[in-house]
Write a protein that binds this ligand. Structure first.
Ligand SMILES: Cc1cc2nc3c(=O)[nH]c(=O)nc-3n(C[C@H](O)[C@H](O)[C@H](O)COP(=O)(O)OP(=O)(O)OC[C@H]3O[C@@H](n4cnc5c(N)ncnc54)[C@H](O)[C@@H]3O)c2cc1C
Length: 215
């Protein structure tokens, strides 16, 4: 259902019975899976528990279209920025997250300045390209920079979150294992290391550098 927000959970003790929505009232469900990225902490709050997640703005910038100049993605961890050119000719530029937490989908000026300084260091000629637009999305980061997939302290409630700045590329794989969790009520082998309880047991996942990006 498009444009329909979950505003709470219907709970019986520590069991979930359904979700409350702003358009269709309560929708009952045997199992519920949450895939709300930057809003995961808010939904965990509806369930009465906390997630070890911080939500940060991450920005992107798009320039005016220019003639073809880049035929690949260029990424630099030295100056921290990345850029590619769309088929329309826009330069699509990104860099790091805002250091503070927040839900404002804007991003802060120091990060824009840093990002553009990095771009100009890589490509001095880009200093004369006007930017068309800029926006921020909210990314859900965990202490070991890996996602959380699986059960929660509330029975019948599952979360797939914590993908941070790298969730696009994982979407098909994470979708498959998460669908399996919900359909079978069993955690597939692939998803087991990503359980929420690793933050209690200390069995964290040491793959912070795996994506090859600096954030
Ligand atoms: C600027 C930027 C650049 C990025 N670049 C990359 C990249 O290059 N490579 C990469 O792999 N990843 C990148 N990411 C990260 C990637 O976008 C995310 O990890 C990914 O989109 C997360 O997918 P998701 O399905 O978990 O959540 P999302 O795609 O964020 O979807 C969550 C959905 O939940 C909905 N929702 C939230 N709250 C509620 C509620 N209460 N009720 C109902 N619905 C709700 C939202 O409206 C949204 O539609 C980038 C992110 C940003 C912001």
């Amino acid at each position: 259902m498009q444009a329909c927000a979950v505003t709470g959970f219907e709970l019986e003790g520590d069991q979930l019975r359904g979700v409350m929505t702003d358009r269709y009232g309560v929708i009952r469900a045997g199992r519920v899976g949450c895939v709300v990225a930057g809003n995961s902490g808010v939904l965990a709050g509806y369930g009465g528990f906390e997630l070890p997640i911080e939500s940060h703005p991450l920005q992107a910038l798009v320039s005016e279209p220019i003639k073809p100049i880049l035929n690949t993605v260029v990424m630099s961890n030295q100056v921290h920025g990345y850029v590619s050119q769309s088929d329309k000719g826009d330069l699509v530029i990104g860099a790091g997250i805002d250091s503070y937490t927040g839900y404002g989908q804007r991003g802060s000026m120091p990060v824009i300045e840093h990002t553009l300084a990095a771009m100009i260091e890589l490509f001095p000629m880009f200093s004369r390209v006007p930017m068309n637009r800029q926006w921020g999305g909210i990314v859900d980061t965990t202490p070991d920079a890996c996602p959380i997939i699986g059960k929660t302290p509330v029975e019948n409630l599952y979360f797939n979150c914590g993908w941070g700045t790298g969730g696009f590329k994982a979407t098909p794989g994470s979708g498959h294992v998460f669908a399996d969790c919900l359909a079978s009520d069993e955690i597939p082998v692939l998803a087991k290391p990503f359980a929420l309880d690793r933050f209690y047991s200390g069995a964290l996942i040491d793959e912070h550098g795996a994506a090859g990006v600096a954030h």
